[in-house]
Design a protein around this ligand. Structure first.
Ligand code: ZN
Length: 207
């Protein structure tokens, strides 16, 4: 359903990357309504940085782009906060900002984020998933990244149930009167995971 798109970046000449062992995932929003991974790379170069500071960038259409390598420390937090933290940035403005406010995260973008977090967990021993806003540097700057309209509680529930992404898509189309009752039955099936995936994928435009 999702995959990681490999981008080619022209890093700042002479850049070296400190290696780390990720144990945390940090979620950001771009505070921009429409930009590519290369746009962000360019902006970060213009800041005087090595290049794109995030490890991943997810567009509103659910496409996932790699930024820095996972084992290379990012630059999405302040200084040593970056150690062992994988930074994922979502396209969009999910807080009150100028006239650009977006009050909902597209379902396919949220599903891509859940997929990516679970994918990262297969490679590293991830102990926690945090908001950028949880870090001291963000608190000092009064940043609410990834934004007050990012559905954090629902995201956390989806992370603990990978099929929640599919359940959401299915429910959107089937409009069951008692969806939890349906999931309860399906969950007992030995191939429930594959079943949910195929069922959800049978709808061509998830979200
Ligand atoms: Zn942020």
């Amino acid at each position: 359903m999702f995959s990681i798109i490999e981008e080619k970046y022209a890093w700042r000449p002479g850049s070296t990357f400190t290696t780390h062992k990720p144990d945390t995932i940090v979620i950001h929003h771009a505070l921009h309504p429409n930009c590519t991974a290369q746009d962000i790379h360019r902006w970060h170069l213009n800041n005087g940085w090595k290049g794109i500071a995030y490890h991943y960038y997810i567009r509103k259409n659910g496409l996932i782009y790699r930024g820095r390598q996972e084992h290379h420390q990012g630059g999405h937090l302040l200084g040593s906060e970056n150690k062992n933290a994988i930074g994922i940035c979502l396209e969009g403005v999910y807080t009150d900002y100028k006239n650009l406010t977006e009050k909902s995260v597209p379902e396919v973008q949220l599903a891509a984020l859940v997929w990516l977090c679970n994918d990262i967990k297969t490679r590293w021993n991830i102990e926690s998933i945090k908001r950028h806003a949880d870090y001291p540097s963000a608190i000092n700057e009064e940043k609410d990244c990834p934004g007050r309209y990012f559905p954090w509680n629902r995201f956390m529930a989806m992370i603990s149930d990978p099929n929640a992404v599919y359940k959401h898509i299915i429910q959107k189309h089937c409009k069951f009167h008692n969806p939890d009752g349906v999931w309860k039955v399906v969950d007992t099936h030995p191939y429930a995971d594959a079943f949910y995936m195929q069922w959800a994928n049978s709808y061509k435009t998830p979200g």
